[in-house]
Design a protein around this ligand. Structure first.
Ligand code: SAM
Length: 284
């Protein structure tokens, strides 16, 4: 079976071995033209329009965690028969994280009176919209460059081989695009720019924070920023703790835990990617 994987980033690296056991990966399609002409696992990375029209394939496996639905629509618009498109690899992970939030939110909403919620690493708002939906009465702080990865975070990625990401990845978004999805936009506060610099001076308490920044440095700095701002039963989720494509996420959590001076515990949430941090935020 000939397979085109759509998405040639960290998610593709995570999935590749599993996909390669089901057939031959003949190419990677990717919307980032900076990757066209390069190769991954010996297969070329191409313009989606070109490879989906010119190559012979039996399956298009979507190997991108974010923007999965948009990519599926793009494939259909490019003439890929829907039955050839496989989205299942990341769908169940997304659904598990959403169900976790759906069940957690009523508990936190009952326990915590005065506290905000936040997501750092918003991209197109795929998870932010659910935070907004399940915490309708709380201010939701949204942190992102809205221009993709910042070069300042990438040196340490290379130095420790955490990931092979490049500046500008995840740039295909905007504040307007994100805000248009929010069920309660009046509750959202956008903090556009380099995180956590954009959080300096924000003196609020938080009962739920999702850190989905992929890279070591902003995750590590973000954990230190939020640690003194969490309510007693507050929860921080760190995405990609279990993802082999973003090794910096786990390293950031472990370094933070070893330095925090607090009794913080970590648990998986069933999405095969995130770790939940909870504990005695207020006490040593
Ligand atoms: C994987 S995406 C977030 C996905 C999103 N949470 C979702 O579930 O759909 C990672 C995001 O982190 C942002 N990001 C990474 N480092 C950042 C930094 N230092 N400051 C601001 N945003 C950053 C990127 O711009 C990108 O939009």
């Amino acid at each position: 079976m000939d397979i085109i994987m759509f998405g040639a980033g960290a998610s593709a690296r995570i999935l590749y071995d599993e996909i390669a056991q089901t057939g031959k990966v003949v190419a990677f399609a990717d919307n980032d033209m900076g990757k066209w002409g390069k190769s991954l696992f010996g297969a070329p990375i191409c313009n989606p329009e070109k490879c989906l029209n010119e190559l012979k394939y039996d399956r298009v496996v979507i190997s991108a965690f974010c923007g999965l639905e948009d990519i599926r629509n793009q494939c259909i618009a490019l003439g890929v028969p829907p039955e050839k498109i496989v989205t299942s690899y990341f769908e169940s992970s997304k659904e598990s994280r959403k169900v976790f939030l759906k069940n957690l939110a009523p508990i936190l909403n009952e326990q915590e009176q005065e506290a905000d919620v936040a997501e750092a690493g918003v991209y197109q708002g795929g998870f932010s919209k659910w935070i907004n939906y399940y915490f309708p009465n709380r201010t939701l702080h949204l942190f992102d460059t809205f221009e993709g990865f910042d070069p300042r975070d990438l040196a340490i990625e290379r130095e420790h081989a955490f990931s092979s990401e490049e500046a500008g990845h995840f740039r295909e978004t905007s504040v307007d695009l994100v805000m248009a999805q929010m069920p309660y936009p009046e509750q959202c506060k956008i903090h556009k720019g380099y995180f956590p610099d954009t959080a300096v001076g924000l003196d609020r308490k938080f009962c739920f924070v999702n850190l989905d920044l992929d890279l070591y440095l902003p995750l590590y700095r973000g954990l230190h920023f939020f640690k003194d701002k969490m309510t007693d039963s507050g929860i921080i989720l760190v995405h990609d703790y279990f993802s082999s494509g973003y090794k910096g996420a786990q390293a950031a959590v472990e370094t933070f835990l070893s330095e925090s001076g607090k009794v913080i515990r970590k648990y998986p949430i069933g999405d095969n990617a995130s770790v939940m941090l909870t504990g005695n935020w207020g006490h040593n």
